[in-house]
Design a protein around this ligand. Structure first.
Ligand SMILES: [Mg+2]
Length: 124
């Protein structure tokens, strides 16, 4: 099963990739929103892990685009945010994210969250 990670920080990308690969997922990587959206459209991943703080198009804008486009609207999006602030969680969910995780990435929490969300799917 494919999971797309959109993350500009190389260490976070490496950690998330290692953890999800070890859990049996095929990981696709993009270090910016535009490339991530293109990969989501061409590869139809089962889930997208989306850093909210990206150079160029930010994560909130990216999820708005993903949820607007018919080809990607049903792909669950999990926001990754460095800011453990309540306002960011609300903004992420309001923009269309299906869940969020606060950095630093937790090696046990990440695959568990991914698995649960893939199993439950996006509410239509
Ligand atoms: Mg970032």
């Amino acid at each position: 099963m494919k999971v797309l990670i959109i993350e500009d920080n190389p260490l976070n990308m490496e950690l998330a990739t290692d953890v999800l690969t070890a859990s049996g997922y095929e990981v696709l990587q993009a270090d910016n929103a535009e490339a991530g959206i293109a990969l989501a459209q061409s590869e139809s991943p089962a889930l997208i892990l989306l850093d909210l703080s990206l150079p160029g198009m930010d994560g909130l804008t990216a999820v708005t685009v993903l949820k607007r486009e018919p080809g990607t609207t049903l792909i669950p999006v999990v926001a990754l945010t460095a800011h453990a602030m309540k306002g960011d969680e609300e903004k992420a969910l309001a923009a269309g994210c299906d869940a969020y995780l606060t950095k630093p990435i937790q090696a046990l929490e990440l695959p568990e969250t991914v698995r649960k969300i893939i199993e439950s799917g996006v509410p239509k």
